[in-house]
Design a protein around this ligand. Structure first.
Ligand code: ZN
Length: 183
């Protein structure tokens, strides 16, 4: 950040009184510009024994497969964000959303949240951010071509839990070297 979004003057970095972290502060209007983690909301869409994946048409990780997910917008709930991203990327409609996976990714200041959900029907298609959208059996999942570690972990947990047909909410924390620490 270089300029204050309130008044347009340059900002500096300093620790405000009573705070313990460096913040961007505008010395003209005294606004403190807090920066906090972003929430990425997504879904694990299920049709029978298959799951739906999207092949990304945009960077980062263009050409790789992902679960539909994206940054939450102001004014919506996490579940609404997951539904919206699924509609945008896969033109698909979900029902029976159930919170399933929460992955902290502190080194990039993100929290990824995935809901398990059923596809309402087979009316899906590639949205503008996708090259291709299709259903996969577990045996056909392109594990080496998945876009993100959070997606890989969500799918791994899902197929493991599916054996017992029990899906507790999973929480994990992802480190920079993509090591997984279960919590
Ligand atoms: Zn200002």
């Amino acid at each position: 950040m270089k300029f204050c979004s309130q008044c347009g003057n340059p900002v500096i970095q300093r620790i405000p009184e009573g705070d313990s972290r460096l913040r961007y502060v505008c010395e003209h209007c005294q606004t403190v510009h807090y920066q906090n983690p972003n929430i990425v909301a997504g879904s694990l869409p299920i049709w029978g024994s298959q799951v739906l994946l999207c092949r990304r048409a945009i960077e980062p990780r263009m050409g790789y497969w992902t679960l539909p997910a994206g940054f939450m917008e102001n004014g919506e709930t996490v579940e609404q964000a997951a539904r919206r991203e699924t509609a945008e990327e896969a033109c698909a409609t979900l029902r029976g959303l159930s919170l399933y996976m929460l992955v902290d990714v502190p080194h990039i200041s993100q929290v990824h949240v995935f809901y398990r959900a059923e596809l309402v029907d087979l009316e899906f298609a590639a949205g503008v951010e996708s090259l291709e959208v299709r259903l996969f059996d577990e045996a056909d999942i392109p594990w080496s071509e998945l876009a993100f570690m959070t997606v890989k972990r969500t799918l791994e947990c899902f197929f493991a839990d599916r054996i017992q047909q029990v899906y507790p909410v999973r929480t994990e924390s992802l480190a920079p070297l993509q090591q997984i620490k279960k919590t």
